[in-house]
Design a protein around this ligand. Structure first.
Ligand code: FAD
Length: 468
């Protein structure tokens, strides 16, 4: 059956025009259906359906990706959690135990990762070290070997890149520290209420291209909202160009993913003997049940799938960069590094084989001048969001918020980088396009989070099937 017919029938079933029919009494919806019945079929603005993503992610990608993210290269992330909030002064640090982040002792992190000048490989490392040493000694450029000069030029160019969608964290600052992501997992922290709402509010209200007159449905910081606000909001959203609508959906998808995680790793028991973390079905329902959220929950889950597709597409597009023979996941442990690169490429080829990739060519198309202006707006808004992460009052939430916005920013940079487009259509690897270790670690960990959310949705679906 054609996709359009499948979609039409799915739609008619969803709105109740095709039922089992003729005035028959419908059985009451189960708890699982109330969260998931609208989260099926085709996703707006894409040619992909939820079921295809579930199957692909949960059985083919998720287990291998988890293994990769446990490796040294991906588990240590350097971050500055002490950067001041650039927008307001009164950040109340929530002070909850579960918000604390434990940084690494310097001897825990492999030397290959710590090396300040790390780039991709031992050779690149040595070149940059040679250069930095020369700089420290006040050497002029001519004293550097030709090869070193070339490398320096390339890295400087890269560091000055205007393709970035994120404000780079100042990882050279003495305040920046390595964090072991496996020891500081994203989970329920208890960060909530007006402080958390303020962050989400600023993100949506000031950065999602939304005029103040349009109210977001169920916004806890706006009083007396009704159905008419909801209708106005969605007709505003539908009236936007595809890029601006995508921007809102990416943020909403990220928000949904964070809230899926805190529901899946909720603090279930807290005694002086032990803490127990696990699935909190009530928490999940309060956030995503179709009835309890007046239809908002399922929409948010669809946005999460949209975000998944965007990051998946970015990874498929950047494969040639990782295939470069001189690219290594360098930690200094040769055997381990080679094994990890093999696993990385296996995962990337799996991703490339996904049959229904998002088509980013529909973005920033049309009139060149307008498209460039729109792209610039998109980039600046996203950079702003990455800066807002320094205002999050719970350090654990800040850590994962920063990592995930940097990861999504890297995905957008890949999707829309002119260099990538110019250099890598079919012709193989680009030597103009680069990613730093920070970008690589955040890209894969951010995707790992969304992939875990999709897997957790299956777990919640199974748990909800057992209750009515
Ligand atoms: P919130 O999630 O705070 O949402 C506020 C309002 O936004 C809702 O009332 C609703 O109107 C709307 N909304 C909710 N979800 C969506 C969506 N997907 N799309 C569009 N609109 C939506 N808490 C943790 O326990 N662990 C964490 O790791 C964590 N990380 C965080 C990271 C950041 C950057 C931020 C800002 C918060 C984080 N939080 C975390 C807090 C968590 O996201 C919630 O803010 C908190 O649990 C309170 O939830 P809430 O139900 O009041 O609504």
């Amino acid at each position: 059956m054609g996709r359009r017919w499948g979609f039409l029938i799915g739609f008619l079933v969803a709105v109740g025009l095709l039922g089992s029919g003729h005035g028959e009494q419908q059985p009451p919806e189960t708890a699982a259906q109330r969260c998931f019945c609208q989260v099926s079929g085709y996703l707006d603005d894409c040619t992909c359906d939820v079921e295809t993503i579930d199957k692909f992610n949960n059985y083919r990608l998720f287990p291998r990706l988890q293994k990769l993210l446990e490796s040294d290269y991906f588990r240590y992330y350097k971050v500055n959690l002490k950067r001041p909030c650039p927008f307001w002064n009164d950040i109340s640090q929530c002070g909850r135990r579960d918000c604390a982040v434990k940084p690494c002792h310097s001897d825990e992190v492999p030397d290959g990762i710590k090396s300040a000048s790390y780039k991709y490989s031992e050779e690149a490392n040595n070149l940059i070290e040679e250069c930095e040493q020369a700089e420290r000694l006040g050497a002029v450029n001519e004293s550097l070997s030709e090869e070193t000069q070339k490398a320096v030029l390339q890295w400087t160019k890269h560091d000055d890149s205007s393709d970035n969608f994120c404000e780079a964290d100042d990882i050279q600052s003495p305040d920046a520290e390595y964090v072991d992501l496996l020891l500081n997992p994203e989970r329920y922290t208890g960060y909530k209420g007006p402080d958390a709402w303020k962050i989400w509010n600023v993100i949506y209200e000031e950065n999602c291209f939304k005029p103040q007159t349009i109210k977001r449905p169920l916004n806890p910081l706006a009083s007396g909202q009704g159905k008419s606000e909801e209708n106005t909001f969605y007709s505003w959203l539908e009236g936007l160009c595809v890029e601006k609508r995508a921007f809102y959906r990416l943020i909403s998808g990220l928000h949904a993913s964070i809230n899926v995680h805190l529901s899946a790793r909720y603090l279930l028991q807290d005694t002086w003997l032990e803490k127990k973390w696990g699935h909190n079905i009530t928490e999940f329902q309060q956030r995503f049940d179709g009835i309890l959220t007046e239809g908002e929950g399922p929409r948010r889950l669809k946005n999460l799938y949209f975000l998944y597709l965007i990051e998946l597409r970015a990874l498929s597009k950047v494969v040639p960069f990782f295939e470069r023979p001189d690219f290594q996941l360098f930690t200094g442990n040769k055997d381990q590094d080679a094994e990890n690169k093999m696993l990385l490429l296996e995962i990337l080829h799996e991703i490339k084989s996904f049959p229904l990739h998002f088509d980013e060519n529909s973005f920033f198309a049309g009139n060149k001048k307008e498209a460039n202006k729109l792209k610039e707006d998109f980039r600046l808004h996203f950079r702003n969001i990455s800066r807002i992460m320094d205002c999050v009052g719970c350090l654990k939430c800040r850590l994962w918020g920063k990592l995930q916005t940097q990861g999504l920013g890297t995905a957008l940079k890949i999707l829309f980088s002119e260099k990538l487009i110019a250099d890598m259509p079919e012709s193989g690897p680009s030597y103009e396009f680069h990613l730093t270790r920070q970008e690589i670690v955040s890209l894969f960990n951010a995707f790992g989070r969304i992939s875990t959310s999709v897997k957790e949705l299956e777990n919640f679906r199974n748990l909800l099937q057992n209750i009515h």
